[in-house]
Design a binder for this molecule. Structure first.
Ligand SMILES: [Zn+2]
Ligand SMILES: [Zn+2]
Length: 125
């Protein structure tokens, strides 16, 4: 019983690793296409467990929620043409932003930046 659940959780986690960033719908479609027999309820249950144990997290990109596996701190870039979401390491962002401690008299605890524009794949087309 425990083992079966663990395997299903691993399938959900691996699917998300492959996709990089995915909405719950994208994740469900991907799992259904690759691993048929997992029910919707099971996918949602495992998503909740993975979130609870912080193996994955939910991030807001524009007005949509996407899931990703937990990684080092990073920002995001979203392509306006293809919708691709790319991780941007803090080293590529000016230190004045990475190290900001207060802004307009408010203490800063975290900073999620979403850049948007045209990704390098779309620029090449
Ligand atoms: Zn693009
Ligand atoms: Zn990310």
């Amino acid at each position: 019983m425990i083992r079966r659940n663990t395997n299903q959780r691993q399938i959900v986690f691996d699917a998300l690793s492959c996709l990089g960033h995915a909405t719950s719908d994208e994740l469900i479609n991907y799992i259904n296409n690759n691993n048929s027999n997992i029910s919707l309820a099971t996918i949602y249950r495992n998503l909740t467990i993975l979130l609870d144990e912080k193996s994955i997290k939910k991030v807001k990109i524009g007005d949509i929620d996407v899931y990703e596996t937990t990684k080092e701190k990073h920002y995001h870039f979203k392509c306006r043409i293809c919708g691709n979401i790319i991780d941007i390491p803090p080293s590529m962002v000016p230190n004045s932003i990475n190290n900001i401690k207060t802004i307009d008299k408010n203490d800063v605890l975290d900073c999620d930046i979403v850049f948007s524009g045209i990704c390098h794949y779309c620029i090449k087309k």
